[in-house]
Write a protein that binds this ligand. Structure first.
Ligand SMILES: [Ca+2]
Ligand SMILES: [Ca+2]
Length: 101
């Protein structure tokens, strides 16, 4: 068990380039923003659902990009672009007239 854990950790660390960490950080940050929006009522259930779907899609792209063990500059650029769009959508949905209240 410990053996496999060590291998898993080694792989995880090996694949965690600075770029991958940065993309992961953005994912976590966006997830938290959606969570906050649901909590304060600025996001309806449906809005949150759609936004989470976008997050999942971006997460999938990150996974695919790092499948070969390395996120190259082009892959990172495209994913960052998607994340920026998601970020904008989160902002818009949190500031539109649709609220839970
Ligand atoms: Ca790749
Ligand atoms: Ca809203």
């Amino acid at each position: 068990m410990k053996f496999y854990l060590t291998i898993a950790l080694t792989l995880a660390l090996g694949f965690s380039t600075a770029e991958a960490r940065r993309l992961d950080r953005t994912q976590r940050h966006q997830k938290a923003r959606i969570h906050d929006g649901v909590k304060d009522g600025s996001l309806t259930k449906d809005e949150a659902k759609e936004l989470r779907k976008d997050l999942r899609e971006n997460r999938k792209k990150i996974r695919e990009a790092r499948a070969d063990g390395h996120i190259d500059a082009q892959e990172a650029k495209e994913i960052r672009k998607d994340q920026r769009e998601t970020s904008k959508e989160i902002y818009q949905e949190k500031h539109d007239s649709e609220t839970r209240n």
